[in-house]
Design a protein around this ligand. Structure first.
Ligand code: HEC
Ligand code: HEC
Length: 327
């Protein structure tokens, strides 16, 4: 009799444990990445109201900086009023809404983090030097001198944007989203079909974009002579995919994405396999151990081929990096 009861209670207890575990598992399965995004939504960085820029000389400099970032080509570009040393793009073409939009290359973290160590430069980098990087790469041109009113103004605006952020802290939603790697190589052929369906209507058959007024683009170029060069951030597939997933086609945003990860990586592969200005800075990435996995040009600290460093799959490279003994 007691044996039988013992058997029944052990059985009941087992059933109970199995049920509890199942409940726990299905709870976890429901925690989708979207839910995680939503919970961070309230604390995403928000830029200060531009109406609060002071009405004095310091404010004038900040306001001029904002204009330079939003409408760069009116001042610095092939038809610019200050000088001609840039490709005709605006900083805002990539740093959306004058560098204030969440996950759209905003400047929320800059005042808090700079000067900071740059893996690419191999030393500490100031805000002016970081702006110069974008002039030489994304804008395929030359930066104004650090003593110029233009450089002072852009620095003043970017610093004003981040004035309320705690020093040393990167606020949520700053910069670009880092997507997970996909398991296969990113595919330019699939990207081409997506480009025709979702991007070509604005960015053009040959990625040339569409000029607006005399000096600005309505739709900026994605490749060709007037686009960012091969030393630019967007030439890395991870940066392009992160930007595009959260922001394109134009009008989408991180909480209303129109592309999935695969599509974003394939579009990056297609656009970055098209011709564009070639520029190489030999002094970049002096410590090859700090090089990101998605840089086409060697030397690398591993033996993966250049084509895999460009298109992936990147996970095996990242894994080898963590454990130099592997491969
Ligand atoms: C073709 C696209 C493009 C254009 C145009 C562009 N940038 Fe950038 N910029 C980037 C990318 C990509 C990054 C790296 C973002 C990241 O890694 O999160 C970046 C980074 C920066 C950063 C550092 C941000 C940080 O959080 O560390 C600054 C400052 C900056 N850009 C300023 C400018 C200025 C000023 C201009 C115009 C003169 C400009 N950029 C034009 C693409 C661009
Ligand atoms: C409805 C028009 C439209 C469509 C469709 C569109 N874009 Fe854009 N795109 C824009 C505009 C406008 C900007 C510049 C935003 C600004 O200056 O505020 C831009 C900027 C960009 C940039 C950064 C600037 C540059 O030229 O390098 C990239 C990269 C980009 N788009 C990629 C894409 C991709 C990939 C697709 C397809 C998935 C796409 N866009 C679809 C309008 C569009």
């Amino acid at each position: 009799m007691t044996r039988k009861w013992l058997f029944v209670s052990v059985l009941l207890l087992t059933v109970l444990l199995v049920l509890l575990e199942h409940r726990e598992k299905s709870k976890k399965a429901n925690e989708t990445p979207k839910a995680a995004t939503l919970s961070t939504k309230e604390i995403l960085w928000v830029a200060p109201d531009s109406g609060t820029i002071p009405n004095d000389e310091s404010g004038d400099l900040i306001r001029y900086g904002k204009k330079l970032i939003s409408h760069t080509s009116l001042y610095i570009g092939p038809r610019g009023s200050v000088n001609k040393n840039a490709n005709g793009m605006n900083c805002q073409n990539c740093h959306l809404d004058a560098g204030t939009k969440a996950w759209a290359g905003n400047f929320g973290a800059v005042a808090a983090l700079y000067p900071r160590f740059s893996d690419r430069r191999g030393s500490r980098e100031t805000i002016n030097q970081r702006i110069t990087d974008c002039f030489e790469r994304s804008m395929n041109g030359e930066a104004p001198d650090s003593t110029s009113r233009e450089m002072k103004a852009m620095n003043a605006y970017i610093s004003w944007l981040g004035k309320d952020v705690t020093k040393g802290k990167k606020p949520a939603g700053a910069g670009l989203e880092i997507l997970s790697f996909i398991e296969r190589p990113a595919d330019p052929q699939r990207g081409k079909i997506l480009y025709q369906q979702k991007c070509q209507s604005c960015h053009g058959l040959n990625g040339e974009g569409q000029p607006d007024s005399i000096a600005e683009y309505r739709y900026p170029p994605l490749w060709g002579d007037h686009s960012y060069n091969t030393a630019a951030g967007l030439y890395r597939l991870s940066k392009f995919a992160g930007f595009v997933k959260d922001n394109m086609p134009f009008g989408s945003n991180y909480s209303n994405e129109q592309l999935n990860d695969d599509q974003a990586w394939d579009l990056a592969a297609f656009v970055n396999s098209q011709p564009r200005p070639v520029k190489k800075f030999k002094q970049d990435w002096p410590n090859i151990l700090l090089k990101p996995v998605d840089l086409e040009d060697g030397p690398y600290p591993d033996s993966f081929p250049s084509v895999q460093h460009k298109y992936g799959p990147f996970a095996p490279i990242a894994k080898a990096k963590k454990n130099p003994a592997v491969k």
